[in-house]
Each structure stands twice: as C-alpha cells, then as structure tokens.
Design a protein around this ligand. Structure first.
Ligand SMILES: [Zn+2]
Length: 312
C-alpha cells in the first residue's frame, strides 16, 4: 500500500486499528429471554423445597444436568458431606458446574447462584411454621433460573471467554447468626482451588422480586469496585429501575467464598425483599421483568469485554 497523503494514511491506520480492536467484541450480545427464565423459576419451585439432601434437591440437580447437556457445556459436580450440628447427622451436598470453554487460555468468568432453599422459615407468620422449609421462589430459584437462561444464550452465541456457571448447594443452611453454617457449597467450590482461574465472578441471589431493589453491596464494592460500577452504569444505560446506585447492605453471600479464594466478585442481591425467609417467598411474588433486568446486565458483561478493563 502506498499512500501519498499522510492524513489519509493516518485515517486508514485508525480505521484498521479500530477494526482490530473491536474484533474481540464482535460477538453480538444475545437477548435475555424472560419467558424461558421465568419458566425455570417455576419448574424449580414445583420440585418442592430444594433442601440439601432431599429428594426435591436431587430432582432439581437432575433438571440442571439435563438443561446443560449440550455440546457447548461440560457438566461436572462436586459432592461433599456436611456434618450438620443441628441434627447431628451427615448431609450430602452437591454443587453442579456447567463449564463453557472458549478457544483461549486466559482466565474465565465464574457465575454463581445457590439452588438450595432454606430448610426453615425464620420469619414465619405463625411460630408453628418455623421448622417448615420454604418454597424459595426468589431466595434460591431466581438466581439459578437466571443462570440457566444465560446458559441458553452462551450456547446460541458463543462468547470469546470461558465461563463456569456454578450452582451451589447449602448456601442457606445455617440458623440465624451461625454464619459458619452458611455458604457451604461455595466454600467447597473455593476450597478446591479457584485462584488465578477467573478474572472475576458474579453471584446472583434474590433477583426476581416484583419490586426489584438492588443496591451496591459493600463487600462487592471492596473487592471489585470497577465491575460494580460497570454493572450499575449499565443499569442506568438501560434505565432499569431495579438498580439503585448507592451502597447499602453488607451481605454474607456466596461471593464471600469467591473473594476469600482470590477471585474479585460482585453480589447482585435484593435484600429489601419483603418475603425473605417467610412462607410467602412464592412464585406470585416474582416477576419475569425483574429477571430480565438482571439477566440483561449479566449477559452484557459476558459479551462486552470493554466492561472488564477495570475490575477492582
Ligand atoms: Zn436465604
């Protein structure tokens, strides 16, 4: 190529470098399907409370395995035994991991949600219901439903980054105050070694409340401020009303296991959910529109690598 005019030459260089710079982003961002996602939420609730070690939990796990049984994913599970201090018995627990491998060796992204539901109703309207397990439509099923739909999108439109979708067991086991008996599955996941494997993680939990209110969570802000900013800026771009760009709660959730394991992570959680740990955490309190808002943002993060320039 011979260019006499240096201005034209400069323009050509700029155009070429832009093209190269964009090529990694060239995979179009697929659209999050809220109908499918909401169906996944209902399906999980229909199995009954997904209390660790229960038949409903096993059914839900089979459901997850089947969902990811396609050529885009490798499915793995992590089984472990938890000695339950309350019943003095061993409870078998299992994490389910659906791994998508891109054609690159760079660290990937980990997405996480808990698929277990709480074995008790802390804030029951009637004290006699306290020992009943909850439906966990929002607290449990919503996050897993969202990630199942993200799995569809990954299979349809292959991203340029490896992504592990992790469904953890035993997030919500402990009695109020017994923090060491929460986050059991994610702790096991981190214990098996995650340092250096992921650029960052996103945990979704309670993301389907009809009245969606997600604030910036404090541990997320400490661990991955850049990513947190990117997420809340996206919410503004889309004019999503469920995201409030203000720091509010510090939440003990599965992202703490990722952070402790050396992976910067953000937790997207609606701690203002009125029916949290009550018998009213049911499908009718949830909305496909809320799943759509959170799902759209998580999806864009996966496909738009310009949003990962600054994680911390
Ligand atoms: Zn919970």
């Amino acid at each position: 190529m011979r260019v006499k005019n240096p201005v034209i030459f400069l323009l050509i260089v700029i155009v070429l470098s832009n093209t190269v710079g964009c090529s990694e982003n060239d995979v179009p961002i697929p659209k999050f399907n809220k109908d499918r996602a909401f169906q996944y939420l209902k399906d999980q609730v229909a199995f009954g409370p997904r209390v660790p070690g229960s038949e409903s939990s096993a059914k839900c796990r089979d459901y997850l395995y089947k969902h990811f049984q396609n050529e885009s994913f490798t499915i793995d599970s992590q089984s472990f035994i938890f000695f339950d201090p309350y019943s003095q018995t061993n409870i078998p627990m299992t994490n389910v991991i659906a791994a998508y491998k891109a054609d690159t060796d760079e660290p990937g992204i980990v997405l996480m949600a808990h698929y277990d539901s709480r074995p008790r109703t802390d804030f029951a309207s009637d004290p006699s219901l306290k020992d009943m397990p909850i439906d966990g439509a929002n607290d449990g099923a919503s996050g897993a439903a969202l990630l199942m739909e993200v799995g569809n999108l990954i299979a349809e439109q292959k991203p340029n980054v490896s992504i592990d979708i992790v469904f953890v067991d035993g997030e919500d086991w402990g009695k109020s105050g017994d923090t060491q008996y929460y986050l059991l599955g994610s702790r096991e996941f981190a214990r098996r070694g995650i340092r250096g494997k992921y650029k960052f993680g996103i945990v979704v939990d309670m993301v389907a409340d009809k009245d969606l209110t997600i604030y910036k969570e404090r541990y997320s802000e400490q661990s991955a401020k850049g990513l947190n900013d990117a997420i809340f800026n996206l919410a503004k771009k889309y004019q999503f009303t469920g995201f409030i760009d203000t720091l509010k709660y510090a939440v003990q959730d599965d992202h703490l296991s990722l952070i402790a394991g050396g992976v910067p992570a953000v937790n997207l959680i609606d701690m203002d959910y009125k029916y949290w740990h009550t018998e009213f955490d049911t499908v009718d309190k949830c909305s496909d529109e809320s799943l759509y808002q959170v799902g759209t943002i998580v999806t864009e993060i996966l496909y738009n690598r310009s949003l990962w320039q600054k994680i911390k």
